[in-house]
Design a protein around this ligand. Structure first.
Ligand code: AMP
Length: 564
């Protein structure tokens, strides 16, 4: 049985190593020696995630529960913990320092256990499972107690990584791509390669499952399963309609609906809906569930867009749709105000078979067959190789209040998780950036209790580091700001005077007038006149724009600037 200390030692080494290849090698060597129950746990943990999305589990531990548990386990005051946090900015370091000073009579004695026994990787995971599964009135208490137990048993080094796992931010510089490569390397003897591991991961979205299959040499057998969300296929920005037609030839031309992505899993009468971030949003979207039941298939995975239709028949603002996706209570009341309509544009799986390797035209034909009784559910599609015709469709899409067009290659397969040339999106506006919120500032005067401006970062595509690009003030109403402030209150890591460090989890879509060079920010760039367009709850950290994209937009605007 692998000890948690061995895992913590690995994390410490990886954290101290700067080269990504070396990091991958260390992780690969560790994975090789684990048993089949430990392997999935270690794979998830290394990339800072506790459970695969198919388990639909959320730890439900905010910073306040974490700090309370540390304080209780170590016999110190919660204020001491928050003081130290202000000084270090790292919950992991604080946990380890507090454990170091822990009084000898810890929680183990309180529980009646003789003495602290070394934690195994499995013990820690079992505790995290109990924390995530705790529900009802006393759930807060159960969460604190379980964490408190872990901190009372842990050595300082173990405590560092337990705390970071609890907030799902490992800070060791290994992301999804790193673990993928480590799995491929660890089990190359059984036929694993970067390509087949990536394919299996994109189909199952469960690195643990993939790692076990890689070790057994059965990666090829992994496929899509109904009720297990898979990564969605994404669109690349097309330069213009003529360029897109030039690239694709005769294309499947569809409106780019102004809504939010839904992946629908239908299994008999049971329907589950996942958002673009693969969160289970079924309970929030009853009319989409009802619509999906009209599809005549025993089992199917459908891909589409949920659009909020206003009284005037036009799409409502994206923020309104997100309200629907977030709402857990009084869903029907909100559904009456913000009714959703479904537009299906793809079929990924049908009656026991994956369709990802079929060309789009065949997938669409099957989709039309199973929606024959309810054609209103289908997104319009026109096969066209004509620039004029496509431009006409584009004009109609904009007139109807939608975003533009997506031109799709009719012979393309469904590529989960890929943003490629087979789907080209055409939008009129200047491209916005999707950036991660990493900090915030309290407002002033009347707005002193509201978070009014936010520090933004892009991703470094190679190191997975977050690099800041400056601040955006939202320009929102007090009411909307209060909503945001509440949302971020669960994500505060440290408070330093007026400024807060925020756990990177929320994506803002930001518009701006220009990108400028700037020595003041770690990305080397700053946004001139940034404006917040939307909170992109539907996007996850992996969807945040990269420094590469910032640089390419920067260069693009230079070229345009000269001719303007
Ligand atoms: P973006 O969010 O700008 O990367 O654009 C891609 C998104 O457009 C997808 O994730 C869908 O949510 C949305 N979308 C709207 N209409 C379509 C369509 N006909 N085909 C594919 N995606 C669409």
């Amino acid at each position: 049985m692998t000890s948690f200390l061995a895992f913590a030692n690995l994390c410490q080494k990886v954290e101290a190593t700067s080269g990504s290849l070396e990091k991958i090698e260390l992780v690969a060597a560790f994975l090789k020696d684990l048993d089949e129950a430990e392997l999935p746990v270690a794979c998830s943990y290394v990339m800072g995630s506790l459970f695969p999305p198919s388990l639909d589990l959320d730890l439900g531990v905010g910073p306040s529960i974490l700090y309370e548990a540390i304080a209780k386990a170590c016999g110190c005051q919660a204020a001491q913990v928050s003081d130290m946090l202000r000084a270090t900015g790292d919950p992991g370091m604080v946990a380890s320092a507090m454990v170091e000073r822990r009084r000898p009579i810890g929680f183990a004695a309180f529980l009646g256990e003789k003495e602290a026994v070394p934690l195994s990787l499995k013990d820690v995971h079992d505790r995290f499972l109990s924390i995530a599964r705790a529900s009802g009135k006393r759930s807060q208490d159960t969460k604190v107690k379980n964490l408190q137990f872990l901190f009372s048993q842990a050595s300082p080094l173990e405590a560092r990584y337990i705390a970071r796992l609890a907030i799902e931010d490992m800070r060791i510089g290994v992301g999804e791509g790193g673990v993928r490569d480590a799995v491929a390397r660890a089990f190359s003897g059984s036929g694993a390669s970067a390509e087949n591991v990536e394919r299996a991961y994109n189909l199952t979205n469960d690195m643990g499952l993939v790692a076990v299959a890689a070790r057994r040499g059965t990666l090829g057998e992994l496929s899509i399963m109904v009720n297990r969300p898979i990564k969605v296929m994404l669109a690349q920005i097309g330069e213009s309609i003529p360029a897109a037609i030039g690239e694709i030839g005769t294309a499947a031309v569809e409106w780019k609906y102004d809504g939010a992505r839904v992946q629908i899993h239908k299994d008999g009468d049971s329907v589950r809906i996942f958002s673009r971030r693969l969160e289970n949003v079924t309970a929030s979207l009853p009319e989409i569930v009802k619509a999906a039941r009209q599809i005549s298939a025993k089992s199917a995975i459908l891909d589409g867009e949920a659009v909020a239709i206003g009284k005037d028949g036009r799409p409502m603002a994206f923020q309104e749709i997100l309200k629907r996706f977030r709402r857990k209570y009084n869903v029907q009341t909100l559904a009456a105000k913000i009714p959703l309509r479904l537009f299906l544009f793809d079929l990924i799986y049908l009656d026991g078979k994956s369709l990802v390797d079929l060309p789009l035209t065949e997938r669409r034909a099957l989709l039309e067959q199973i929606a024959i009784a309810s054609p209103d559910l289908l997104a319009d599609q026109v096969m066209s190789g004509s620039v004029e015709e496509s431009e006409e469709i584009y004009r109609r899409a904009l007139l109807a209040g939608h975003e533009g067009l997506i031109l799709k290659n009719p012979s393309s397969v469904y590529a989960p998780g890929k943003r490629g040339k087979n789907w080209l999106k055409i939008k009129p506006v200047m491209e916005t950036l999707d950036l991660v919120v990493i900090g915030a500032k309290w407002g002033e005067g009347r707005r002193a209790s509201l978070l009014g401006s936010y520090r933004l970062a892009c991703r470094d595509q190679t190191t997975e580091e977050l690099l800041d690009l400056g601040w955006v003030a939202t320009g929102l109403t007090d009411e909307a700001l209060a909503e945001l402030t509440e949302m971020f209150s669960e994500l505060i890591i440290v408070e330093k005077g007026m400024e807060l460090e925020i756990k990177p989890a929320v994506i803002f879509e930001v518009a701006y007038e220009e990108i400028q060079h700037s020595p003041n920010y770690s990305s080397g760039y700053a946004l001139r006149f940034p404006r917040m367009v939307a909170v992109r709850d539907d996007k996850s950290l992996d969807d945040a724009d990269t420094l590469e994209r910032v640089v390419s937009l920067y260069k693009g605007q230079r070229g345009r600037g000269k001719t303007a």
